[in-house]
Design a protein around this ligand. Structure first.
Ligand code: HEM
Ligand code: HEM
Length: 280
């Protein structure tokens, strides 16, 4: 199955994955080289699980889960299989995030530090609560076979909006957390003196922003959207056009597909797949 601007897609995806891995490397290097490492002992090494797991889970894994439907080489997989992968990656991200919160609350309680006093903690907890809601509603609406298709269709714009909203909020929360930690966590110097640790961790913050920007770019390109099941079926049953070109997104005829679950129309004109409103 051909994809419009496939090379640009590949470049964006490869850059996002690279930047994501470099961010994970940066957070691990911060924790092991500049900080106390990782442990579960009620001390600072326990706190360190918090940035490691939020960056790996709530940011990196959530970003991958969000773009997984867009990978053209998965378009031949069944939609149900892709739903399991999308939901599974989000559940894994959720587990990482919950453990990261347990680590920071446990650290605060054992050091007698108050809980939930900062803007970072308020926005962060709100994001995690919304994420939980998104997961539960996502499973109930798109995985439970009994859910009526009109509900699936009606909920999809909200699902996409709230998914991206939570993802962006997670990134904003991480930036606040990083700044806070640099303000009160540097050992022998102050943030304003730009010690190597502060510069290094500022770069981590920039990498996280770049990762988020690319993921949101990928997932908001209409031409990179997974075609509806009907388009996929119609293409696989008519492999060649009369002019001898392989049928893909270069179709010149107009195809109108009715989505059986959403009851919406997917129109393909002049090689462009219009917003299909697909919900199955
Ligand atoms: C504390 C959430 C990322 C640094 C907290 C607390 C929450 C939270 C709810 C309050 C814990 C308590 O009061 O006992 C999140 C979420 C994140 C995230 C959802 C996802 C992106 C980060 C990152 C850092 C960080 C990347 C970088 C080091 C801190 C610090 C505290 C904290 C220093 C203790 C001070 C405070 O309560 O604000 N976080 N956090 N957080 N977090 Fe995060
Ligand atoms: C699509 C986010 C959980 C089912 C999407 C999209 C986002 C998103 C941003 C748009 C993707 C695109 O346009 O290519 C999230 C987040 C979740 C979550 C952040 C977890 C908190 C779930 C769950 C299910 C689900 C548990 C259940 C299977 C779907 C479906 C689509 C979708 C069916 C439409 C894909 C398409 O037709 O192209 N989700 N989602 N989501 N999500 Fe989720």
């Amino acid at each position: 199955m051909a994809m419009e601007n496939f090379k640009q897609f590949l470049f964006a995806l490869a850059t996002a994955v690279l930047v994501g891995f470099v961010s994970i490397f940066f957070v691990l290097r911060w924790v092991f080289y500049f900080k106390e490492g990782l442990a579960w002992d009620g001390g600072l090494a326990e706190f360190n699980w918090h940035p490691v797991l939020t960056v790996t889970g709530f940011i990196f894994l959530q970003g991958i889960a969000i773009v997984v439907y867009r990978l053209p080489w998965t378009w031949k997989c069944s939609k149900l299989m892709m739903k399991f992968i999308h939901a599974g990656l989000n559940i894994l991200a959720f587990v990482f995030t919950v453990v990261s919160l347990v680590a920071v609350f446990d650290f605060h309680n054992s050091q007698n530090i108050p809980n939930m006093y900062s803007l970072h903690s308020w926005v962060g907890l709100a994001a995690v609560i919304l994420y939980t809601l998104q997961l539960v509603l996502g499973v109930c609406i798109y995985l439970v076979p009994l859910t009526p298709t009109y509900l699936r269709a009606a909920f999809m714009p909200l699902h996409i909006y709230s998914g991206l909203f939570v993802f962006a909020t997670a990134i904003a929360t991480a930036l606040m957390g990083i700044t806070e930690k640099l303000i009160f966590g540097l050992k022998d110097s102050k943030y304003k003196d730009s010690p190597p640790e502060a510069t290094f961790v500022n770069v981590l913050g920039v990498l996280i922003v770049v990762y988020g920007a690319i993921i949101i770019w990928i997932v908001t390109r209409p031409s990179w959207k997974r075609p509806s099941e009907q388009v996929l079926v119609s293409l696989s049953t008519s492999p060649r056009e009369s002019d001898g070109t392989k049928v893909g997104f270069g179709l010149s005829q107009q195809t109108v597909c009715v989505d059986p679950e959403g009851g919406r129309e997917a129109r393909k004109r002049s090689g462009k797949l219009e917003d299909s409103g697909q919900v199955n």
